[in-house]
Design a protein around this ligand. Sequence first.
Ligand code: ADP
Ligand code: MG
Length: 224
Amino acid sequence: MNIEVRDLRKSYGDGEICTKVLCGISCYIESGAVCCLLGPSGSGKSTLLNVLGGIDRADSGSIKIDGESIEKLSIRKLSEYRRSKLGFVFQFYNLIPNLTIRENIETGVLSNKPLPINELIETLGLTEHQHKFPHQVSGGQQQRAGIGRALIKNPDLLLCDEPTGALDFHTAKEVLGLLQKINRDYNTTMIIATHNAAIAGISHRVIKLHNGGIKDNYKNTKIQ
Ligand code: ADP
Ligand code: MG
């Protein structure tokens, strides 16, 4: 799924207390790419991710997904786009505490082309943990379950907001390795918002944000 963004603008409030959060963002993300949205806290990463995911709206500008403008979609079409094409991964996993790891992953079955669950759980390295509850597994395993819940519908685009933000270095590396593997195996386009520059190393494209604007945007030719 390719994404073309033209002159996205968004601000909160008005007059003296107007905060410009997106100040004219334009970029292109190739289908099948892992794209890293890199920037310090407050630079607008989550806002941009949410606007791309159709869970927030910009004030102006356009987003074309495979050539189709999402801002022109009806509410019903927009929710269909989210449900069938997108997967979301969050910093703090957002698992349901009284469902097992497997049941949490099953809550993500929202499309008519779900991946086979046993195979996915195997890929995630969760086979022996699938019947445990979130509090009985590690942070890395919880995030794997969060990724599984987003992936089971076999989305075309995976949006990850600080997916390794709550993990230690070693576990973060493992989770990133998993995302890389999924990108290769399923050709899922991925956008990863992060302040961790190491993620740029495994991304095909790096977009650096600063104060709501693009500071740098380049193709990474030396993927690790
Ligand atoms: P990041 O994810 O890079 O940390 P965000 O997209 O969360 O950045 O936020 C960018 C800026 O927008 C911040 O300055 C933040 O304070 C501001 N912001 C985000 N949401 C709101 C809101 N609902 N009301 C006012 N300001 C907001
Ligand atoms: Mg954020």
